[in-house]
Design a binder for this molecule. Structure first.
Ligand code: ASP
Length: 245
C-alpha cells in the first residue's frame, strides 16, 4: 500500500479579474483542477477591496463559484473562525488590501490553522492579496500600509515572495517614479528570498513538491544579487521551492 504523504495543493493567482473577463473566469480551468472532488470552499473576505463588506464580497465570490458547482461560505458567517478553517474542504482568500488582510488573519488566529491544513493537503487558492499572504512576507505587495501590522510575516506556504499585478515599465512613459523592478531590487538589499513578479492572468500552481507557472504570460523572477529572469509557462521553476526553506 502506498503511504499517504501530505501533499500541498495551491493555486496562487495574480488577479481575480483580467481585462474583459468575468470574476475568476480566466482561471476557470485551474480552479476546477484545484478543487477536483470538492463541493465547497471557505472564503476569507478579510482584505475587503474598496472597503466592501464581508457579506457583499462573499456574495460576489459565491455567484462566481456556484456556477462551477462549488458552494461558498464566508468565514465571518461562523462564530469561530478557527473551527471554520479546520472544517473547510478548501480555502480561498480574495484580494484587497494586503495589510488589512494580514492583520485580520492574525486577529482571528487563523494563521496556524491555515498553515497546518494546507500542509496536510487542503486546497488553497489566493488572488492578489490572498496570493501575497501565501508567501514568506508581505514585503513585496503593491498596497499602502493603511493599517498597522505587528509583523510582515505571512502564511509562508511557499518559501518566496510574490509581487502580484506585476507591471513592466511602459515604453515612452514620462513617469519618474520607481519601477516595480527597482522596488524589488531595493527589497533584495534587505531580504534574500526570491520574488516572483506575476503579471495579470498569470498564476502559480503548486502540487506537492512541484511548481508550475500557468496562464498566457511569462513571469519575472528576481533572485538576490542577480539579474531578473523571465520564465515562460512550461519552464522549469522548481528552484523556487528548493532553495530557500
Ligand atoms: N491590492 C492588491 C489586490 O488586489 C494586492 C497588491 O497589489 O499587492 O489584492
Amino acid at each position: 500500500m502506498s503511504k499517504n504523504i501530505p501533499s500541498k495543493n495551491l493555486l496562487l493567482i495574480s488577479t481575480s479579474t483580467t481585462y474583459g473577463t468575468g470574476y475568476l473566469e480566466h482561471a476557470e480551468e485551474e480552479v476546477k483542477a484545484l478543487l477536483a472532488g470538492k463541493s465547497s470552499i471557505l472564503f476569507i473576505p478579510y482584505a475587503r477591496p474598496g472597503g466592501i463588506s464581508h457579506k457583499d464580497y462573499t456574495a460576489k465570490v459565491r455567484e462566481a463559484l456556484q456556477t462551477w458547482g462549488i458552494s461558498v461560505t464566508g468565514v465571518h458567517e461562523y462564530d469561530d473562525a478557527v473551527k471554520a478553517v479546520n472544517e473547510a474542504e478548501a480555502v480561498f482568500i480574495g484580494g484587497g488590501n494586503t495589510f488589512v488582510l494580514l492583520r485580520n488573519l492574525y486577529a482571528n488566529k487563523v494563521i496556524m490553522p491555515l498553515q497546518e491544513r494546507v500542509q496536510k493537503g487542503m486546497p488553497y487558492m489566493g488572488t492578489s492579496a490572498g496570493t501575497n499572504v501565501a508567501g514568506k512576507t508581505i514585503g513585496t505587495t503593491n498596497d499602502m500600509p493603511i493599517v498597522h501590522v505587528k509583523t510582515f510575516d505571512a502564511l509562508q506556504l511557499v518559501p518566496f515572495n510574490i509581487n502580484p499585478h506585476y507591471q513592466d515599465p511602459t515604453e515612452g512613459s514620462t513617469h519618474m517614479g520607481e519601477t516595480r523592478e527597482t522596488r524589488i531590487a531595493e527589497f533584495h538589499h534587505h531580504n534574500r528570498q526570491p520574488v516572483v513578479g506575476l503579471r495579470e492572468g498569470s498564476m502559480l500552481r503548486i502540487m506537492g513538491d512541484k511548481i508550475f507557472l500557468k496562464g498566457p504570460l511569462s513571469a519575472r523572477i528576481f533572485l538576490q544579487g542577480e539579474k531578473p529572469m523571465e520564465f515562460e509557462p512550461g519552464d522549469d521553476i522548481q528552484f523556487l521551492l528548493e532553495a530557500y526553506w
